[in-house]
Design a binder for this molecule. Structure first.
Ligand SMILES: Nc1ncnc2c1ncn2[C@@H]1O[C@H](COP(=O)(O)OP(=O)(O)OP(=O)(O)O)[C@@H](O)[C@H]1O
Ligand SMILES: [Mg+2]
Length: 186
């Protein structure tokens, strides 16, 4: 664990670092302080579960870590880049290149076959048609779906659907904001 102060740069092995991260929702009559200064460090190859009671701020934190939202204050460093003060279009690029989400719901396109569903993020990443087909096919083979590439989501079992979402996450770390349990309030 790095002793981190404002103005420092994270060590290269720290893939995610938040420093005094806050997120407030201004409801007009009320200010909701969903995150009140969260400082976490996650190293490469580390698996982390975020747990806490309902309303404690897990999804808010996951939205920030996943670059879907920006903090009210504090710093967020992803892979040695300070992303907490980036604009929306830069965040969209980072989401595409750096972040793999495995959603609780599968978010597969119903009318596209498994190969096309896996290929989709690579289209947005600007990869050529041939390389993305090859990569998507290889990724599906790795999860045992080499013989199901031309199946639409409703022609796959539940587990096969879930497995076909995994290769869509370009990096191996995935986010799932599904854990609700007893734990600290952020
Ligand atoms: N868009 C929003 N506007 C206003 N308040 C919000 C908004 N989103 C979340 N909140 C509030 O912020 C707090 C944290 O919400 P969050 O969704 O992060 O909780 P959670 O830990 O994911 O809960 P759950 O386990 O129920 O999913 C809650 O009090 C919630 O009511
Ligand atoms: Mg939640």
């Amino acid at each position: 664990m790095q002793l981190f102060r404002t103005g420092d740069t994270p060590r290269p092995d720290v893939i995610i670092l938040t420093h005094k991260l806050t997120r407030e929702y201004d409801m007009g009559s009320e200010l909701i302080r969903a995150l009140r200064g969260v400082s976490v460090q996650i190293q490469k190859n580390e698996y982390v579960a975020v747990m806490g009671p309902s309303g404690s701020g897990k999804s808010t934190l996951m939205n920030l870590i996943g670059c879907l939202d920006t903090p009210t204050s504090g710093e967020y460093w992803l892979n040695s880049q300070k992303v907490s003060d980036l604009a929306d279009d830069e965040l969209a690029r980072i989401r595409n290149k750096e972040i793999g989400f495995v959603f609780q719901t599968f978010n597969l396109l119903p009318r596209a076959d498994a190969l096309h569903n896996v290929e989709l993020p690579l289209i947005y990443a600007g990869m050529s048609a041939r390389s993305r087909r090859e990569r998507a096919a290889h990724a599906l083979e790795r999860v045992g779906l080499g013989n199901r590439m031309d199946h639409k989501p409703n022609e796959l079992s539940g587990g096969q659907r879930q497995r076909s979402t995994r290769p869509r996450a370009p990096k191996s770390w995935g986010c799932s904001a599904s854990c609700t349990g007893r734990g600290r309030r952020w």
